[in-house]
Design a binder for this molecule. Sequence first.
Ligand code: KMH
Ligand code: ZN
Length: 279
Amino acid sequence: MTGTLITVAPTGAEVDKAQWPQLPTTLEELVAEAQACEAAGAAMVHVHIRDDEHRPTLDLGRLKATVEALREQTSLVVQLSTGGSVHDSLDSRLRVLDALPDSCSLTCGSVNFGDDVFLNPWHLMSDLYVQARERQIVPEFELFDLGHVASLRRLIDTHGLPFGGRVHVDLVTGVPGGMPGTTQAVVAAVQMLPPEVTSWSATGIGRSHLPVMAAALSLGGHLRVGMEDNLMYDRGRPVAGNVELVERAARLSTEMQRPPLSTDEARTLLGTTDRRGTS
Ligand code: KMH
Ligand code: ZN
């Protein structure tokens, strides 16, 4: 498959709505943003949700309603974050799977996260892996550091392949505490990936956004963009919203002869079940 999977991560758990009013935090805003991002070339949405005060939440009822609304009103592959925020309990992160998304993020190890720690002990990774497969959810393996590649190897060796038989990885670079957002780090991670990996994307947090996008495109990788990862369109100019980040990724991908994948092509790439019409 020669096209580019563009994943949009529109909200995240860290960005403050009061400071960034263009951040989609209500269900209505999220669905509208997702629709516009799909029209601009995104095929998957990586979802964190917020409560009525715009604070991150893993409330199961809200998660289910979000999955249902995105499924009804877009064709996007719906990926729920099991990373949540650094303050969420491991149990509440595991329960995210009960919302039955198409895909879930699964981070392959703990990592310093600014002044905090993003905790991902082996037993959580293992439970997420097995329980996602039981629910026919395709994990996306989030690798924040090179050591996480070894834990992905251990997951596959211990449990076999995930649901769908495909292995899709997202390299999350540029988090303070994780691997840097450089071409060299992306190359090192890609060289270490297990042979079972069938596709990978990359994102660069903050100012590493564009260099990592260019590196990923030139290495045959896919892209993740969005306000979870990057709040500046270019030097000194805040993003107006997620759509222009997707538009730029789609433009660059097309120029590189790897135009955006459709949502159906993304489902084939990732091995997700098409649950549209079932929730
Ligand atoms: N919010 C970060 C602590 C994920 O979505 O799986 C974790 C995160 C990763 O965003
Ligand atoms: Zn996330």
